[in-house]
Write a protein that binds this ligand. Structure first.
Ligand code: AMP
Length: 235
């Protein structure tokens, strides 16, 4: 049976990791991220792709019709025939309506909305504390900080809150941060936007009895086990 899962969670809730788990566990159904689909259009020069780049650069949402069209095109691909894990879509009730209609037209429906719940301060620390070494090793100044030292470095004109500079003790390597994680205010803004945009959708799917709340502060394995219980029952 086809499995359509909507994965929701604030950045840092572990969506990427759990999407991989769901895919591996259920027939390799692909993860479909609208953000990734839009980013992949970067190299295209047609007017639609250029308009999308412009809107993304301004941090706004792409209009519903365009988004729905891109998703419908993706869902019609052969590798999506057994279902998909949707990430970043739907983002508005109008998109949710479109998805429901699109699936119904194809004799299918959303099986579950998996909501990965974490305390928002934990979400902040996961994003703001994340640092990476050149060899790809990932650390977090709050949670995985063995062997590293960090200092808070104020902006010379105090134009933004102090940034964190972490160094590996053994080699002296200065660890890198994702550009969009480095600014505390930007991380908070993203969390805020997430809450604003998902609240109406959670209400929308709660009415349909589809929301499955998972405690995402547990270990990765424990979260996966909870998701498995839920999705096995749905199937
Ligand atoms: P994300 O990687 O999910 O944060 O998405 C990056 C950007 O892509 C967003 O800031 C929006 O501009 C656009 N985008 C992604 N998904 C959607 C969606 N479902 N509806 C509208 N715009 C979207």
């Amino acid at each position: 049976m086809a499995l359509y899962v909507i994965l929701m969670g604030v950045q840092g809730a572990g969506k990427g990791e759990q999407a991989k788990f769901i895919s591996q566990t259920y027939d390799d159904i692909p993860q479909v991220s609208t953000g990734d689909l839009f980013r992949a259009m970067k190299t295209r020069t047609d007017p639609l792709a250029q308009r999308i780049q412009q809107i993304m650069a301004e941090g706004r949402l792409i209009d519903d019709d365009t988004t729905n069209e891109v998703v419908a095109e993706r869902l019609s691909q052969p590798d999506a025939a057994n279902g998909v894990i949707l990430d970043g879509y739907p983002r508005t009730p109008a998109q949710a309506d479109f998805l429901e209609q699109y699936l119904a037209d194809n004799g299918k429906k959303v099986g579950a909305v998996v909501l990965l719940e974490i305390n928002l301060f934990v979400a902040f620390k996961r994003a703001f504390g994340r640092v990476k070494a050149a060899d790809g090793a990932v650390y977090n100044i709050y949670y995985q900080n063995e062997g590293l030292t960090y200092i808070q470095e104020a902006h010379p004109e105090h134009a933004y809150p102090p940034r964190i500079v972490a160094t590996l003790n053994a080699s002296g390597e200065v660890l890198q941060r994702r550009h969009d994680d480095a600014d505390a205010a930007a991380v908070i803004k993203r969390i805020d936007t997430y809450l604003e945009t998902t609240a109406p959708l959670i209400a929308y799917y709660d009415k349909k009895g589809l929301v499955q709340r998972i405690n995402a502060e547990q270990s990765i394995e424990a979260v996966s086990a909870d998701i498995r219980k839920v999705l096995d029952a749905v199937r």
